[in-house]
Design a binder for this molecule. Structure first.
Ligand SMILES: C[S@@+](CC[C@H](N)C(=O)[O-])C[C@H]1O[C@@H](n2cnc3c(N)ncnc32)[C@H](O)[C@@H]1O
Length: 247
């Protein structure tokens, strides 16, 4: 690839909804570990990336070393708004998932639904904890693409470990719908039914009246008097670990 074509390729990948840009070693590491199809992996220093992989994730070296293309520092700096300090950036194919398959999966794990999240860092942190805790998947609504490079950075690339889909609105299905709301009844472990959809609201306004009216339960994480709410991703993490540790 010429310098010009590398820059054009990364710019084009950012607006192609079949592709994802992985900014930095950690997203790339998880992408390789969870079976991503890598298309381009670019660095200004191949030896430095191999050394980093040897230190942090030797298991991914085989999937990485033949894929690396070296470019100049100045070209590398044009490939992301802020050049990754780990000195590597990549383009991968997004995996395709069927919403019906996710909704109809008979296993007991809960599915996370984020209603119109506004902060891509929060979206990434939610995907990271959903992958770690073993959730069924993460669905989002609203204008933000959960596969945006900023969300992928926040999730350390764990989009490849758990299905992540943007949906228009929450589809109706046979899963119990549990609304997480600071004004709900205090959460008991027994209130997370098998195959639940756990719904979380937008950072500023919380869940919409439409979603609350459809919910089978409306529960809260108890907080000290005077505290209005938890951060969105913190709330998701707390609820998922209530579920996981109950097993
Ligand atoms: C930053 S909060 C939104 C705050 C909003 N003012 C409200 O009253 O819902 C974002 C989302 O995190 C979840 N959340 C935050 N704190 C919570 C708590 N203590 N109990 C249950 N859910 C909580 C809810 O789903 C909420 O919609």
């Amino acid at each position: 690839m010429t310098n010009h074509s590398v820059v054009a390729r990364f710019a084009q990948a950012r607006s192609d909804t079949s592709l994802v840009v992985l900014e930095g070693f950690h997203p790339l590491k998880h992408a390789i570990r969870f079976g991503a199809e890598l298309l381009d992996v670019v660095t200004p220093n191949i030896e430095k990336v191999k050394k980093l992989a040897g230190e942090l994730a030797p298991d991914v070296i085989d999937g990485l070393e033949d894929r690396l293309t070296e470019v100049s520092e100045s070209v590398f700096e044009e490939l992301a708004p802020v050049a990754p300090v780990t000195g590597v950036i990549a383009i991968a194919q997004r995996p395709s998932h069927s919403l019906n398959d996710i909704l109809n999966d008979p296993t007991s794990a809960p599915l996370i639904y984020l209603e119109e999240p506004s902060n891509l860092g929060n979206v990434g942190a939610v995907i990271r904890v959903a992958a770690a805790a073993g959730a069924e998947g993460v669905l989002t609504s609203g204008v933000h693409d959960p596969w945006h490079a900023a969300a992928v950075r926040g999730a350390a690339g764990l989009h490849f470990a758990v299905p992540v889909l943007r949906v228009g609105t929450l589809p109706s299905c046979d899963r119990p719908l549990v609304a997480l709301d600071p004004d709900g009844e205090p959460l008991q472990q027994s209130q997370i039914p098998e195959r639940a959809i756990l719904a979380f609201g937008t950072e500023r306004g919380g869940l919409t009246p439409e979603l609350l009216s459809k919910a089978d339960a409306r529960v809260s994480l108890p907080m000290r008097k005077g505290v209005s709410s938890l951060n969105l991703a913190t709330a998701v993490a707390a609820v998922l670990y209530v579920w996981r540790l109950a097993d």
